[in-house]
Design a binder for this molecule. Structure first.
Ligand code: SAM
Length: 297
C-alpha cells in the first residue's frame, strides 16, 4: 500500500536537515562550469502548499522551517543555510505558504545545462510531478520504482552529479531495500554523490545500515573513510515514544567542506529545533573527534 503522504510532514525538522544538505551539495556541483545530473529516486510531488488541509491538520512545518525563518543565526550558520534559504525566499516573496520538495530544490538550483531525473511510484503523485515540470526541458519524470530504476540510471552521461534516496519508511525492511538498491549503483558509479535519508525511529537499524554500508565501501570497494559522512539530528530523546524524534543522512562522496559547514550548522539546528530534553546531533566523517567536541562546546 502507498499511504505515505509527504504533505503532512513537509517542512518539518527532518526536511530542514535533508533539504539544507541537498541544497549545499547542489550548490557545490554548480560551482564548476560543467553539467551535472540529479537522480531523485523517491521524488514526491515537487512542492507543498502549507495552507492545504493536510499541512493545516498537522502543521509540522511550524516547528521546522517555521522556527528557522527569522531566527538569529551566526554567520557560519547563515552561510551553511544560504542555498536553502535563498530558494525559499525566492518561492515565497511574502509569508511562507509554499515549501519546496527535493525536485523543486533541484529545479531551482540546477542551471540550464544540468539535468534532473525524477522517479515517483505513486500514480497520482507522478502525474502531479509531470504536470509541474512539463515545460522544464531539464526535468524527466518517470512513474517507476526508484530502487529498481537506479542501477540503470547510473552513471549519467554527465559523469557528475548526485543521487538522492528519500523513501517513506513505511516498510520495516526499508533500509534493506535501500542497501540492496544502492550497492550495484555505487559499483557502477563510485564517484557520484549519494545522499541516503534515514529515519532514526529505529536507531539500531539505522546504525546497522550505516556500519554495513561503510564497511562494504571501505573494505570491498576501496573507498577512503573521508568519502563517507553521516549527519543526524534529533529533537528529543530518541528513545521517546510517538512521533519521529530523529533523522539524518549518510552522504557518500560529500562535496568539499560540507563537513565543516555541517559542523557549524548541526549544533545550531539541534538547539533551534529542539522539542524536548535529550535533543542532539552527530556528525561522523573525516574530521577529528576534537573538532567535533569543540563545535558542541
Ligand atoms: N524526496 C521528497 C522531498 O524531499 O520532497 C519526498 C519524498 S517522500 C519522503 C517519499 C516518496 O516516495 C513518496 O512520494 C512515495 O509515494 C514515494 N515512493 C514510495 N516508494 C517508492 C518507490 N519504490 N519508488 C519511487 N517512489 C516511491
Amino acid at each position: 500500500a502507498m499511504n505515505y503522504r509527504h504533505a503532512f510532514h513537509a517542512g518539518n525538522f527532518a526536511d530542514v536537515v535533508k533539504h539544507a544538505i541537498l541544497a549545499l551539495c547542489l550548490d557545490h556541483l554548480g560551482s564548476k562550469d560543467k553539467p551535472y545530473r540529479v537522480i531523485d529516486t523517491h521524488a514526491g510531488i515537487g512542492a507543498y502548499d502549507l495552507t492545504s488541509d493536510e499541512a493545516a491538520r498537522s502543521p509540522e512545518w511550524v516547528d521546522g522551517i517555521g522556527r528557522i525563518l527569522g531566527a538569529d543565526m551566526p554567520d557560519d550558520v547563515a552561510a551553511a543555510l544560504k542555498p536553502y534559504l535563498d530558494l525559499l525566499a525566492e518561492m515565497n516573496p511574502g509569508a511562507l505558504t509554499e515549501y519546496p520538495g527535493s525536485p523543486e530544490i533541484s529545479a531551482r538550483i540546477a542551471r540550464p545545462m544540468d539535468r534532473i531525473q525524477l522517479c515517483e511510484l505513486h500514480e497520482a503523485d507522478s502525474r502531479t510531478l509531470e504536470r509541474r515540470y512539463a515545460r522544464d526541458g531539464r526535468v524527466k519524470v518517470e512513474h517507476r520504482d526508484g530502487y529498481k530504476a537506479l542501477t540503470g540510471l547510473v552513471p549519467p552521461k554527465e559523469k557528475r552529479g548526485l543521487v538522492l534516496i528519500d523513501p517513506p519508511f513505511e516498510d520495516r525492511d526499508e533500509l534493506a531495500h535501500m542497501a540492496a538498491a544502492v550497492m550495484p549503483a555505487l559499483k557502477k558509479w563510485p564517484t557520484g554523490t549519494y545522499i541516503f535519508w534515514r529515519s532514526l525511529k529505529n536507531l539500531w537499524a539505522a546504525d546497522r545500515f550505516d556500519n554495513g554500508l561503510t564497511e562494504w565501501l571501505i573494505t570491498e570497494q576501496g573507498f577512503e573513510p573521508e568519502k563517507i559522512l553521516r549527519a543526524d539530528l534529533w529533537i528529543r530523546d530518541l528513545a521517546s515514544e510517538g512521533k519521529l524524534a530523529g533523522a539524518g543522512v549518510m552522504i557518500i562522496n560529500p562535496p568539499w567542506q560540507l563537513e565543516e559547514k555541517l559542523l557549524a550548522l548541526l549544533p545550531w539546528l539541534a538547539e533551534t529545533l529542539a522539542q524536548g530534553d535529550g535533543y542532539g546531533w552527530r556528525l561522523d566523517g573525516g574530521l577529528t573527534e576534537e573538532d567535533v567536541e569543540e563545535a558542541d562546546a
